[in-house]
Design a protein around this ligand. Structure first.
Ligand SMILES: Cc1cc2nc3c(=O)[nH]c(=O)nc-3n(C[C@H](O)[C@H](O)[C@H](O)COP(=O)(O)OP(=O)(O)OC[C@H]3O[C@@H](n4cnc5c(N)ncnc54)[C@H](O)[C@@H]3O)c2cc1C
Length: 395
C-alpha cells in the first residue's frame, strides 16, 4: 500500500497551505464578525488555480485530481471554513455537474465563465418542503414553445447571490413518472434571466462570510437547450453530485478538526496552572492524543474515498463514511479544544469559540449524518456479510 502523494498533489496542498496560513487565517475572525463575502480572497484563489482545481483545463480549470482538491480544501478550511465552503460549493456543487453532464455547447457557454473561479456557479436543490427528502421538490418547469417556464422557490443556496455569481443549476419537477413520483430534471439558469431573483443573505451560526440566499423563480424562462443532462435524470445526477460533495465536506471537516488541534496544542503549551504548563497534565495529554487520532483517521478515510473516485471506482459508501466520521470527529475536536482553553475558549475573541460555532453545519449540509448512516447501512445490507468482508479486504 502506498500512502505517498504525487508531486502534483503535494504542490496543490502546499500552495493552499501557504496562501491559507499567510492570507486567510489572519483575517478569518474579522470576516466572520463582519459577515462579508471575501471577494479579494476568492479572486486570489482563482488566480492561483485553487477555485477551479478539478475542472477541465480546456474550459479554464486547473485539471487537478480529486485527491489534490481534497488536500487543498482541507488546508483552506483549516484557515477558515467560510472560504472552504465557498470553494467547495463552487467546484463540487456548481461546476462539477456542468463539467460531468453538460454538452460541449453548454460547457463553452457556462462552464468556461466559471472554471477559473473568476465567476461562481451555484447548485439549487433544497426547498422548504424538500430538504433530506429531495423528492418533495415543488419547483416546476414546464416546456412551452421551446422554453422551460420555471416557477418556485429554493432556500439556503450557497454562492447564489454574490456580485460574481454567473448562475445556478436548479432541480425542478418537469413532469410525473408512471408510478406517480415526480420527474426531476436539472436546468441551467443564468443570473440575469428575467423572472429569477434572489433574497437577502441569512443570519447564520457559522460559514458567516459565505453567501447563501433564497431563490425565487416567477415565470422564469430559459431555452429548452438549458436542460442539463437527460430529462428526468435530475435525481440520479444530484445523488452522484452529492457523493463527491460529501467527500469534500469531509475534507472541510478534517481541516476544521486540524485547526482545533493546532489551537489546543498551542494553548496547552502556553497556559500554566499549578506552576506548570497544562500540557504536562495527563488529562490534557489524553485529550490531545484523542484529537490527533481522530484527525488522522478522518483524513485517511477522506483520502481513500477521494482515491477511489480518481480511479473511477464506486465510492458512495466510503463518501458517506468519510462525511459522518470527519464531521463528528470535528465536532468532538472543537468541544475538546474549547475545554482545553477553559473559560478563554468561551470568549468570542478566541478562535476555538468560532470553530465550536462553525462545526455543527458539517453534520447537516450535503446530507445529514442520519441519512449518510442510512446510505452506509443500506449498502451493507444489500451486499450481505460475505461480499462486504471480501470487498473490504480486497479494496
Ligand atoms: C449554510 C447552508 C448551506 C447550504 N447550501 C446548500 C446549497 O448550496 N444547495 C442546496 O441545494 N442546499 C443547500 N443547503 C441545504 C442542506 O443540504 C440541507 O439543509 C440538508 O440537506 C438537510 O435538509 P434540511 O435542513 O431540510 O433538514 P430536514 O430534512 O428537515 O431534516 C431534519 C432532521 O430530520 C432527519 N431526517 C430527515 N429525514 C430522515 C429520514 N428519512 N430518516 C432519518 N432521519 C431523517 C435529518 O437527518 C435531520 O436530523 C444548505 C444548508 C445550509 C444550512
Amino acid at each position: 500500500m502506498n500512502f505517498d502523494l504525487t508531486d502534483e498533489q503535494k504542490r496543490w496542498r502546499d500552495l493552499a497551505y501557504d496562501y491559507a496560513q499567510g492570507e486567510i487565517r489572519p483575517r478569518a475572525a474579522q470576516l466572520d464578525r463582519e459577515q462579508k463575502f471575501p471577494y479579494d480572497i476568492v479572486a486570489e484563489m482563482a488566480r492561483l488555480g485553487l477555485m477551479g482545481l478539478t475542472l477541465p483545463r480546456e474550459y479554464g480549470g486547473s485539471g487537478g485530481d480529486f485527491v489534490a482538491y481534497n488536500l487543498a480544501l482541507e488546508e483552506i478550511s483549516r484557515a477558515d471554513t467560510s472560504v472552504g465552503i465557498t470553494m467547495e460549493a463552487h467546484i463540487s456543487l456548481g461546476c462539477a455537474p456542468l463539467a460531468t453532464y453538460g454538452t460541449r455547447e453548454q460547457k463553452e457557454r457556462f462552464l468556461s465563465r466559471c472554471a477559473t473561479g473568476g465567476r461562481l456557479w451555484a447548485f439549487g436543490l433544497t426547498e422548504e418542503e424538500a430538504g433530506t427528502d429531495a423528492g418533495g421538490t415543488r419547483t416546476t418547469a414546464e416546456l412551452v414553445d421551446g422554453e422551460w417556464n420555471i416557477n418556485g422557490t429554493k432556500k439556503w443556496i450557497t454562492n447564489s447571490g454574490t456580485d460574481i455569481t454567473a448562475g445556478v443549476t436548479a432541480i425542478a419537477r418537469t413532469g410525473e413518472r408512471e408510478n406517480g413520483g415526480p420527474e426531476l430534471s436539472a436546468l441551467i439558469i443564468p443570473q440575469e434571466t428575467p423572472g429569477y431573483t434572489r433574497g437577502p443573505g441569512y443570519e447564520k451560526t457559522g460559514w458567516r462570510a459565505s453567501d447563501q440566499r433564497p431563490l425565487y423563480f416567477e415565470n422564469c424562462r430559459v431555452p429548452e437547450e438549458n436542460l442539463l443532462g437527460e430529462r428526468g435524470r435530475g435525481f440520479a445526477q444530484f445523488l452522484q453530485t452529492l457523493d463527491a460533495g460529501r467527500v469534500a465536506v469531509a475534507s472541510l471537516s478534517v481541516g476544521l478538526a486540524q485547526a482545533c488541534l493546532d489551537e489546543a496544542l498551542r494553548r496547552a503549551g502556553e497556559r500554566r496552572q499549578f506552576g506548570r504548563a497544562i500540557s504536562e497534565f495527563q488529562a490534557i495529554q489524553f485529550k490531545l492524543a484523542d484529537m490527533a487520532m481522530e484527525v488522522e483517521l478522518a483524513r485517511n478515510t477522506v483520502l481513500k474515498a477521494a482515491w477511489l473516485k480518481d480511479r473511477g471506482r464506486p465510492f458512495g459508501r466510503e463518501a458517506s463514511m468519510a462525511k459522518v466520521f470527519a464531521s463528528e470527529s470535528a465536532k468532538r475536536a472543537a468541544d475538546q479544544a474549547v475545554q482545553i482553553h477553559g473559560g478563554e475558549g468561551f470568549m468570542e475573541t478566541s478562535a476555538v469559540a468560532r470553530y465550536w460555532r462553525q462545526v455543527k453545519i458539517n453534520e447537516i449540509g450535503e446530507g445529514t449524518s442520519e441519512i449518510n448512516r442510512q446510505i452506509i447501512a443500506r449498502s451493507l445490507l444489500q451486499e450481505g456479510p460475505e461480499t462486504v468482508k471480501t470487498k473490504m479486504a480486497a479494496q
